[in-house]
Design a protein around this ligand. Structure first.
Ligand code: BES
Ligand code: MN
Ligand code: ZN
Length: 504
């Protein structure tokens, strides 16, 4: 679904929307309809009040009520959405309510929708933020994984043909189009990231990721691409990255996708994604239970592509470079053995004590490589450790950084996007866990604080610039009945970039 096919409009004048459609209103438990936009006449409001009183609807969050056939109404159907208690209402509840009506729109196949924006707002919620988030959720609702399924629920997809957002606030109506477009671009980035995460490893190989990046680069003149093959990586000295793909038939790739939205002299923000298209663990092989999930081990890479897709659609005035280190981690006669020592592009040697700690091995060479771009900030995104699931669960991604200011900026973007991150410390006391008798660095620490020791490993390669590491092993996908990619942290990263370009 997108703006190409959707006719949409922001207005304070309901009569401009003449076609009969469905209207959506938010109502608090206080059951007070006074907040309703002048979209409704007094007699309509009275009738609605009557109906609500007779129903079991009392405004609780997650409740909704559909009212048909209000005589004389401009609308075919009215959907009343519960917002919960007014004094407990805020951004989180708003997002829940919008998520609820978005699902309802899809379920009821609504095509022509009017949303009474004002009824969902309080002074705690900014209208720009609200419209961006309505757009993210509405534009994302049609995503359904279908690539390898003959049977999909929604073969033709769900399309809204006409959307009207109503607000009395004439002044703010002006900026809302931009906010809506930002939301759509973020939704498109999330969809791309979800889909790449969902694709199985026999389709989504390092070569497939390169092809996806290449196709993306053709869609916008500001994008350019460079794909390094194994031979080129070898001549650059990326032996550590290459050691991960040694056991695989699939060739490893280093993908550089540049978005040039500002002056050449503007230092770029560099995003580095872990792109392990399947992680068996290598010779340190993983147990077979739930090993299928290791097709998601390229979600860092997917989030880089999703973010660059979003910002390129918005023509943001900023320079961003995405770098993806991609390989498949397999055991075989040519695979790297535990105890093998490899040389990194930085010159430091690494003792690979565990071939399952492969993410850091591909990332370290990519992090050395990006020095040549003289970056303003480098952010790597990786499904790096199971330990981050133990620490933070599936709610927050872990952030570890060598720059408190950058951390704070990312935390701000996290607060705005509700794509949560939480900081873990990277004190020097942890560094000695990586001591090795046979190389400059060991690729694993001891038993505890696995997320921190993984970040400590990366920190040995990021001393020349301001850097943050996002461990998304917990947040990049859902399990259970919702099993699949989440598209995180595309929203966080896109908000961060928009913020840096002062266009949020
Ligand atoms: N890709 C995994 C991390 C992971 C685990 C992602 C669970 C998603 C869910 C990573 O390559 C890995 O295997 N990490 C090891 C590191 C250990 C060997 C030091 C881990 O976390 O067990
Ligand atoms: Mn692994
Ligand atoms: Zn991995």
């Amino acid at each position: 679904m997108g703006l190409q096919t959707m006719q949409y409009n922001f207005t304070d004048n309901i009569t401009s929307n003449s076609a009969k459609g469905s209207a959506i209103f938010g109502v608090f438990t206080s059951n007070n309809l006074n907040g309703l936009n002048k979209a409704l006449s007094t007699s309509e409001k009275n009738k609605i009040s009557e109906i609500i009183k007779k129903s079991s609807f009392d405004g609780k969050l997650e409740q909704s009520l559909c009212i048909y056939d209000i005589s004389g109404s401009k609308f075919d159907k009215l959907y009343i959405i519960g917002l919960g208690e007014k004094d407990k209402y805020g951004e989180k509840k708003f997002l829940k309510a919008v998520n609820n009506f978005t699902k309802l729109c899809k379920k009821e196949n609504l095509k022509n929708i009017d949303i009474d924006l004002d009824s969902f707002l309080t002074n705690k919620i900014k209208i720009n933020w609200a419209v961006r988030n309505i757009s993210i959720l509405l534009c994302g609702i049609d995503y359904e994984y279908s690539e390898t399924k003959n049977k999909t629920k929604n073969k033709d997809g769900y399309e809204i043909t006409k959307l009207t957002l109503l607000s009395k606030n004439k002044n703010s109506l002006k900026n809302l189009k931009t906010c809506f477009q930002q939301g759509e671009a973020i939704a498109n980035g999330i969809k791309l990231a979800k889909n790449l995460g969902n694709l199985p490893s026999n389709i989504c190989t390092p070569t497939y990721l390169a092809k996806t990046a290449f196709n993306l680069s053709k869609k916008n003149k500001k994008l350019s691409i460079k794909i390094h093959d194994e031979k080129e990586m070898k001549s650059m000295g990326m032996h550590c990255l290459l050691s991960v793909g040694n056991g695989s038939e699939e060739p490893s790739k280093l993908i550089t996708l540049k978005y040039n939205g500002a002056n050449k002299s503007d230092k770029p923000i560099v995003l580095v994604g872990k792109g392990i298209t399947f992680d068996t663990g290598g010779i340190s092989i993983k147990p077979s239970n739930a090993m299928d999930e290791m097709k998601y081990d390229m979600c860092g890479a997917a989030s880089v592509l999703g973010t660059i897709k979003a910002i390129s659609e918005l023509n943001v005035k900023i320079n961003v470079i995405g770098v993806i280190a991609s390989a498949e981690n397999m055991p075989s006669g040519t695979a790297t053995n535990p105890g093998d020592v490899v040389k990194t592009m930085s010159g430091q040697t690494v003792e690979i004590l565990n071939t399952d700690a492969e993410g850091r091995l591909v990332l370290c060479d990519a992090l050395t490589y990006v020095n040549k771009f003289k970056p303003k900030y480098v952010i790597d995104i990786a499904t790096l450790t199971g330990a981050v699931l133990v620490a933070l669960g599936k709610v927050a991604s872990g952030i570890l950084s060598n720059d408190d200011k950058l951390t704070q900026m990312l935390k701000n973007s996290s607060n705005i996007s509700h794509d949560y991150i939480w900081e873990l410390p990277m004190w020097e006391e942890y560094q000695s866990e990586l001591d090795s008798n046979f190389a400059d660095i060991a690729n694993i620490g001891k038993r505890y604080a696995g997320t921190i020791t993984a970040a400590c490993f990366l920190s040995r390669f990021t001393e020349d610039y301001s850097w943050a590491h996002l461990d998304i092993a917990g947040t990049a996908w859902n399990d259970g009945s919702n099993k699949g990619g989440t598209g995180r942290p595309v929203s966080l990263l896109t908000h961060f970039i928009l913020n840096n370009a002062k266009s949020l």
